[in-house]
Design a protein around this ligand. Structure first.
Ligand SMILES: Cc1ncc(C[n+]2csc(CCOP(=O)(O)OP(=O)(O)O)c2C)c(N)n1
Ligand SMILES: [Mg+2]
Length: 551
């Protein structure tokens, strides 16, 4: 049976289990999706359309692929606006599928923007379909890249004028994706190094999430009896209430990073970016790096032992080898006590801020109260760029896989809204909350209408501290950019009113005693399918607990 190329494409997405596509006009594929019964989510602008699809891939750890369509034909305005969002997915290795139209046959001389070329630097693969019957081949190839190896975004260009093909002659079957397992000799060497170390530390990256290996991780950590630190992107991959968890950042993470003589890494690039730790005195430590991508080996540090392969297969092999050598589970009560005492000291420092009754409200109070209201077993929290990320990632305890979404080198303002929306679409039964600052709110407001229109019941917490606080004076002495920090004077700009005007439930919260009741009211509204926005009038309170830098 003959089918138009764009319709054949829409059917292959259906076969791949794609349940919705986030969109922005124009793209001829949008209509084909409508005709084939694939729901489209029409967003407020391209960057958000990309970011929601990206976030969906992230929170489902690539089990479901987020797909978006963007305008890019003779008018490349859409893809130009989307570039930043695709760039973020690329730097954070997120398996995102971006669909554009491209220019028709013979029309390329009219355009100055070569989108395939421009997007190559931020994609794993670019495919341009140039004959209708090649649609299934290209989709097959795209999903192979999306489901195998190191994740990353893929761009498919599907021109408008391809015509039709015969779907019986060119059928489509979904792609499963393939994994590779580690070399047994490397596994043995890694386990020997682990057993020979005095103070090993397990350093966990997002690869553990994508390999669906969080339970193997717990098993391995308990067997090895080692402290476990996760990157910001991997927060929650190891339950943070576990006696072996040292969290993401703060005094405990700091202590064990300095103390360890062996850093045993799984699923991390170990690239010391802007929002991760460097390995202090790395030249004096042994590094074992288990990763799916050889690109990461000997990249930032000398890797003494590498184990190349999928994190789940690697952890299974490590568990088997370690059990064989140790005869099964051991206990390390001194280590457990060291972590317990360290957590107690950590909390002794933060609790006064998390329970502060000062006004304006201390931002840590908002996070502390949020932790009292949310059920950690069935919720999702993400934070935006700025102090909100740094304050949340330090004290918020993520207890389940993807109970928190963090990111790597690029943390673009406003992404937290996409993170929460992606999470709510993936896990409708979870309470999904984003924490953002004054800059983040401005970056996301144009999309509130779409979130309300689709009845996506998420809650946005706006920490209004009256400034771009990472930069201002009064926080860290003079501030590094003191001329550019003061914004969001609540007397002249009320973001909660704006949110209300486009359909959100909203409140201004000025009293600490009102934080919990307001959170409850917002979550109740979410349960009815209405998004909520709470604007907290907060104090200028600095971030405590930083990223470890080289010694
Ligand atoms: C798209 C983008 N542009 C610029 C930045 C740099 N940046 C990081 S945080 C920030 C200001 C954050 O201010 P606010 O949202 O008020 O959060 P606060 O730190 O005050 O809690 C800026 C400009 C960024 N992360 N993303
Ligand atoms: Mg601010």
């Amino acid at each position: 049976m003959k089918v138009k190329a764009a319709n054949g494409f829409a059917r292959s997405l259906k076969a791949e289990g794609v349940s919705w596509v986030s969109c922005y006009p124009t793209n001829h594929v949008n209509n084909a999706l409508g005709e084939e019964g694939v729901p489209i989510l029409m967003m407020g602008e391209e960057r958000f359309a990309v970011a929601v699809a990206d976030a969906f891939s992230r929170v489902t750890c690539g089990k479901q692929i987020g797909v978006c369509t963007i305008m890019a034909n003779l008018n490349a305005a859409g893809i130009q606006m989307a570039f930043g969002a695709i760039g973020q997915a690329w730097e954070d290795s997120s398996p995102l599928l971006v669909i554009t139209e491209g220019v028709g046959q013979g029309a390329s001389r009219h355009t100055h923007f070569d989108m395939a070329e421009a997007l190559k630097s931020v994609t794993k693969w670019v495919g341009k379909v140039d004959r209708a019957e090649l649609v299934p081949d290209y989709v097959r190839r795209a999903f192979t890249h999306l489901r195998s190896g190191r994740p990353g975004p893929v761009l498919l260009i599907i021109p408008r004028d391809l015509g039709e093909y015969d779907a019986d002659e060119h059928p489509y079957a979904p792609v499963k994706g393939w994994r590779s397992g580690p070399d047994p000799d490397d596994v043995t060497a890694a386990v020997k190094a682990l057993l020979a170390a005095k103070d090993p530390l397990l350093y966990v990256g997002e690869g553990v999430y994508y390999a669906d290996a969080t339970s193997e991780l717990v098993q391995f950590a308990e067997l090895a009896q080692v402290p476990v630190l996760t990157t910001l992107k991997a927060k929650g991959a190891f339950p943070e209430q576990h006696p072996l968890s040292v969290g993401v950042r703060g005094s405990l993470a700091d202590h064990f990073l300095h103390k360890c003589d062996l850093l045993f890494s799984i699923g991390s690039s170990l690239f010391p970016n802007r929002f991760s730790h460097a390995i202090p005195a790395a030249e004096k430590k042994s590094i074992v790096q288990c990763t799916v991508d050889t690109l990461d080996i000997n990249r930032s540090y000398e890797t003494r032992h590498a184990v190349i392969g999928d994190a789940k297969l690697t952890l299974q092999a490590l568990i088997a080898e370690l059990s064989r050598r140790t005869g099964g589970p051991r206990k390390n009560p001194e280590l457990i006590e060291e972590i317990r005492a360290g957590k107690q000291a950590f909390m002794a420092k933060f609790r006064p801020w998390m329970e502060s009754t000062e006004t304006p409200i201390n931002p840590y109070r908002v996070i502390g109260d949020l932790m009292k209201v949310l059920d950690p077993r069935s919720s999702f929290v993400t934070a935006d760029s700025g102090n909100t990320r740094d304050q949340t990632s330090t004290v918020y305890e993520a207890q389940i896989p993807r109970g928190h979404l963090g990111w790597g080198n690029v943390s673009t303002l406003g992404f937290s809204l996409a993170g929460a929306v992606g999470a709510k679409l993936a896990y409708p039964d979870r309470q999904c909350v984003l924490i953002t600052g004054d800059a983040g709110v401005c970056y996301m407001m144009g999309n509130f209408e779409a979130v309300a229109r689709y009845k996506i019941g998420i809650t946005a917490l706006h920490i209004n501290n009256g400034g771009y606080s990472g930069y201002g004076p009064g926080f860290w002495g003079g501030g590094h950019d003191p001329y550019t920090w003061k914004v969001s004077d609540h007397a002249s700009a009320c973001m909660a009113s704006m949110a209300k005007a486009v359909g959100f439930y909203s409140e201004d919260v000025t009293a600490p005693s009102e934080v919990i009741p307001a959170l409850r009211r917002a979550l109740d509204e979410n349960a009815k399918g209405r998004p909520a926005f709470l604007e907290f009038i907060c104090s200028h309170h600095p971030v405590h607990g930083g990223w470890v830098r080289p010694t």
